[in-house]
Design a protein around this ligand. Structure first.
Ligand code: CP
Length: 322
């Protein structure tokens, strides 16, 4: 049974983009759009989560996700706690005891990043009714808010997904981002999703994911409207899956020259952090086609949207209560 949806098909937690229907995916994007105006104002706050408590639990490092979740919660007027998980876990406390103690402080929402696939769902299955869990990245499994901020950025630039060719290039095998993107883009009706990688960087279940597989970068980029580079996740690789970074860049690195086969209006994306000169050339990452920093900005509105939806709140409610 899906733990992330309630009996009416509404979000209770946000754990994965897999299996979400187009209407719900679109609702997340539309809700984010309604929040984007808040972010541009001089007073960047709405009172939607006033009096609620959000606890960030990051067991893995993060720059973009942790800070934009914190900013999103603050923009919604929630109280935010960033728990030092090193302190807690080195004293031998189990995840479940930690959760119970934090819940005893009347937390309304947990944002969790963990190296173990399934950690966020484990939390979701053990929280009290009414407490929400948001997955900020679990192992190789999912990074659903990253996928939704990427979808949001694509919709801003390209509109409808139906005609789009989206190429995801690089380390698909170890990427929770790629997996969540594929589910989200398929759910939103993308015309064609391509993955471009050597066979050693493709997951075993790639044939079941609804994508076109390319080993050749030039062919994979041909006429693509959206090109997404992924970081080489060396920390998740066991053994030598690649000959070397220079060799990898020669075959799969994105550069202005390699992008010539893509559509002339193609946008270039990367979830970050970037390894310049490994998966993407600096001139492309910093160039006019890059929307990489827009992705980061959009992360705030998308995370505001997800935080309000899992609590059953809408931006209209915010206007009523001001
Ligand atoms: N894209 C992403 O998850 O970045 P962080 O690791 O900095 O959060």
């Amino acid at each position: 049974m899906s733990v992330q949806l309630d009996e009416n098909g509404q979000l209770r937690h946000f754990l994965t983009t897999e299996g979400l229907d187009p209407a719900l995916l679109t609702r997340i994007l539309d809700t984010a759009e309604s929040f984007s105006g808040v972010i541009g104002k001089s007073v960047k706050k709405v009172p939607l989560l006033r009096g609620r408590t959000v606890i960030n639990l990051f067991f893995e490092s993060s720059t973009r996700t942790r800070t934009t979740f914190e900013l999103a919660a603050k923009r919604l007027s929630a109280d935010v706690l960033n728990v030092s998980v090193d302190t807690t876990t080195t004293k031998g406390e189990s995840l479940l005891d930690m959760l119970r103690n934090l819940q005893a402080m009347q937390a309304d929402m947990f944002v969790i990043r963990h190296s173990q696939s399934g950690a966020a769902e484990y939390f979701a299955r053990h929280v009290d009714p009414g407490v929400a869990v948001l997955n900020a990245g679990d192992g190789w499994h999912a990074h659903p808010t990253q996928a939704m901020l990427d979808a949001y950025t694509i919709r801003q630039h390209k509109g409808d997904f139906e005609q789009l060719r989206i190429a995801i290039v690089g380390d698909i095998a170890h990427s929770r981002v790629a997996r969540s993107q594929i589910h989200a883009f398929n759910g939103l009706g993308a015309g064609e999703i391509r993955v471009v990688a050597p066979n050693t960087l493709l997951p075993g279940d790639i044939d079941s994911l609804g994508v076109q597989v390319y080993n050749d970068l030039g062919a994979g980029l041909r006429d693509a409207d959206v090109v997404i580079a992924l970081r080489l996740q060396r920390e998740r690789m066991q053994g030598a899956l690649l000959p070397g970074e220079a060799e990898y860049f020669r075959h799969y690195g994105l550069s202005e020259a390699r992008l010539r086969s893509a559509h002339p209006q193609a946008i270039v994306m990367h979830p970050g952090p970037i390894n310049r000169g490994v998966e993407i050339d600096s001139s492309l990452a910093d160039g006019p086609r890059s929307v990489i920093l827009e992705q980061v900005t959009n992360g705030i509105a998308v995370r505001m949207a997800v935080m309000s939806l899992v609590l059953g709140l809408q931006p209209e409610t915010a206007r009523e209560s001001t």
